[in-house]
Design a protein around this ligand. Structure first.
Ligand SMILES: C[S@@+](CC[C@H](N)C(=O)[O-])C[C@H]1O[C@@H](n2cnc3c(N)ncnc32)[C@H](O)[C@@H]1O
Length: 282
């Protein structure tokens, strides 16, 4: 079978099983098993794919179609900030919304070298992307999940950020350390009663510890804000990703903890998803 025939076959199966991104998923899966880029399929639709690769492709398509496994977990990688991050079921799959946060921070800190804390680092996508851009910066990345830290450390090596990040296994509740210029966090923020409404691929495969924000979704956000107040430098910045519809409540918590909002950033659907605020000690 040729590459084009296989992509069509895979895409049809995925479509029948209600996978919206059926074409791109089929291309990505074939690219992975054949070792050829997606772009090369566009230039040449007639690559011969050998039988063992076809078997692997069919397996992956079935896992995507019937079990709804996310493509990033099937391929063990996800592109973020134009880099390939290693991922597995121990870490949240990096999302485009989080790139908006990175973009705002890179713009704000261009030419500076903030000392950064990333709370709930997961795959390490935020801090690694920031340090990739802010070449003189250093940082600390914490997570309560040992397995997530293992992946984040691997990513920092693969993506060549040598010795500029210290990885610490800790909950933000027990973390007391240096004074930071910038604290960044994409904490778990889904209200517990809403976990059951998530897409099946998310609720079945992504780590619950990365999603569950307690009764109102704000448990970890509250902890992050409260602790940031103590470990940020004066005029230090707290950059938070929040869930859709959480802005008003988070804004109140920030005010109560003496933070002044500096920038609000909306996602592609115009919902406020990131708050950059500065600690005011007076
Ligand atoms: C939504 S994920 C974000 C992962 C990554 N930063 C990203 O943006 O893709 C949240 C992460 O916070 C971690 N986490 C949850 N509760 C925590 C806590 N109390 N202290 C530190 N990390 C926590 C989870 O293990 C998970 O890796």
């Amino acid at each position: 079978m040729t590459s084009n025939e296989l992509i069509k076959k895979g895409s049809d199966i995925l479509k029948k099983n209600k996978i919206k991104s059926h074409i791109i998923d089929s291309e990505l899966l074939l690219s992975n098993v054949s070792g050829k880029s997606r772009e090369s399929f566009l230039l040449n639709s007639n690559f011969k794919i050998d039988p063992s690769q076809i078997r692997s492709f069919n397996d992956l398509v079935a896992r995507r179609a019937y079990r709804k496994e996310p493509v990033a977990y099937l391929l063990n990688k996800k592109e973020f900030w134009s880099m390939k991050f290693k991922v597995n079921k121990d870490v949240l799959i990096p999302r485009p919304e989080t790139e908006i946060l990175v973009e705002a921070l890179v713009k704000y800190y261009k030419g500076h070298d903030p000392f950064i804390l990333d709370i709930g680092t997961g795959s390490g996508c935020i801090i690694i992307s920031l340090l990739q851009e802010l070449k003189q910066s250093k940082g600390v990345a914490i997570d309560i999940s040992n397995k997530a830290l293992k992946i984040a450390k691997k990513n920092s090596k693969i993506l060549n950020i040598p010795n500029r990040i210290k990885f610490v296994k800790a909950s933000i509740c027990n973390f007391n350390s240096f004074k930071f210029d910038l604290i960044v966090s994409n904490p778990p923020y889904i209200a517990r009663h809403q976990l059951k409404n998530l897409d099946v691929g998310i609720k079945k495969f992504e780590p619950k510890i990365a999603l569950d924000g307690g009764n109102d979704g704000l448990d970890v956000i509250r902890k992050v804000i409260y602790k940031s107040r103590k470990i940020l430098k004066i005029n230090g910045m707290l950059a938070l990703e929040i869930g859709n519809g959480q802005y008003k409540k988070v804004s109140q918590i920030l005010k109560l903890n003496k933070f002044n909002e500096k920038f609000l950033i909306s996602d592609y659907k115009n919902n406020i998803r990131c708050i950059l605020s500065v600690l005011n000690h007076y």
